[in-house]
Design a protein around this ligand. Structure first.
Ligand code: A3P
Length: 314
């Protein structure tokens, strides 16, 4: 075993940065920002029929989807966001407020239970950690699922882990890649997150969108979300929501760019949550060998699913 890794408390070897900041629960690596008691609180929480859960694998466009849902809910009025922040309007349900004291920290779920309806909620939980009435084959609330191709999600996640302290600070892309390939990064495997929702995509309470399609035609995604949320908008309103939700518009907005909340807590120089927002950045990171190994896993896991992801032009 390498001196930079450990198995203590884990079912298989993990890098030191993971051992220091994470634990394993039901075979899934989780950071202390999402302690076991918070995951259990989510799993046992009461679902309201007018809830909308935004469910994603990390770094797949969650914040983008939050922005779109908030604006759709507010009929396209940007004033819905003024003086607040999308991350405050759409709570991240499985976190605790103080990752340094995961056993005693208040949980975000405590606030979520007191929120007035209709609630917009965000989560990266795998189905086995979601509320029972959400993870069922017949979800009792609406679920907007956004999937991003796993290679770009991995690159974005690598940067994010090195940006936000509660997450492990991986010493290199190569180290992160091995953990990602093994499904051993915080919140687990991309395939286990995405595929169950793809299978439920035709359920009336499920809308399955892809990040890459949102990049290609944002007004279309706005329209899909609006219809899903029971709204009927003119083309002008749809365009207004799309214009306020481009990468550039969100990066420049103090109500949408998560840096405003994150940077208050850490000094991270010129790093930004709103990093590149493009399709295909993975090509700048995956070596030929990594790409080959990832493709082998991808082909094995995706065979027969019918789900095709867009990895960008060659
Ligand atoms: P990159 O790191 O590739 O730039 P999440 O919200 O799930 O954490 O996802 C974050 C990723 O979505 C980041 O990707 C971020 O830049 C990107 N993103 C956020 N808003 C976006 C937008 N309006 N358009 C395109 N990408 C966006």
């Amino acid at each position: 075993m390498s001196k930079d890794s450990t198995t203590e408390g884990f079912s298989s070897r993990v890098p030191d940065c993971v051992a220091e900041s994470c634990f394993e629960y039901q075979g899934v690596i989780l950071s202390y920002i999402t302690p076991k008691r918070a995951i259990d609180a989510v799993r046992n929480s009461k679902v309201r029929p007018d809830d909308l859960y935004i469910v994603t694998y990390p770094k797949s466009g969650t914040t983008w989807a939050e922005q779109l849902c908030v604006l759709v809910k507010g009929d396209g009025e940007k004033s819905t966001l003024e003086g607040t922040h999308i991350m405050k309007l759409v709570p991240f349900i499985e976190i605790c407020l103080d990752h340094r004291n995961p056993e005693t920290s208040p949980l975000k779920m405590d606030e979520v239970e007191k929120m007035p309806s209709p609630r917009l909620l965000r989560t990266h939980c795998l189905p086995k950690f979601l509320p029972y009435d959400v993870s069922t084959d017949d979800p009792k609330a609406k679920v907007l699922y956004v999937a991003r191709n796993p290679k770009d999600a991995a690159v974005s996640y690598y940067h994010f882990c090195n940006y936000v302290p509660p997450l492990p600070s991986y010493p290199s892309w190569d180290v992160f890649f091995e953990e990602f390939l093994a499904g051993r990064v915080p919140q687990g495997s991309w395939f286990e997150n995405v595929l169950p929702w793809w299978r439920k995509r035709n359920h009336p309470n499920v809308l399955f969108l892809k990040y890459e399609d949102m990049k290609k035609d944002l007004p279309k995604a706005v329209k899909q979300i609006a219809e899903f949320m029971g709204k009927s908008f003119t083309d002008d309103v749809i365009q207004k929501i799309a214009d306020a939700s481009t990468f550039k518009a969100m990066k420049e907005s103090s109500s949408s760019n998560p840096d405003i909340l994150i940077k208050g807590r850490i000094d991270e120089g010129n790093k930004s949550f709103m990093r590149k927002g493009i399709v295909g950045d993975w090509k700048n990171y995956f070596s030929d060998d990594q790409n080959k190994r990832f493709d082998e896993l991808y082909n094995k896991e995706m065979t027969g699913s019918g789900l095709e992801m867009d990895f960008g032009s060659p």
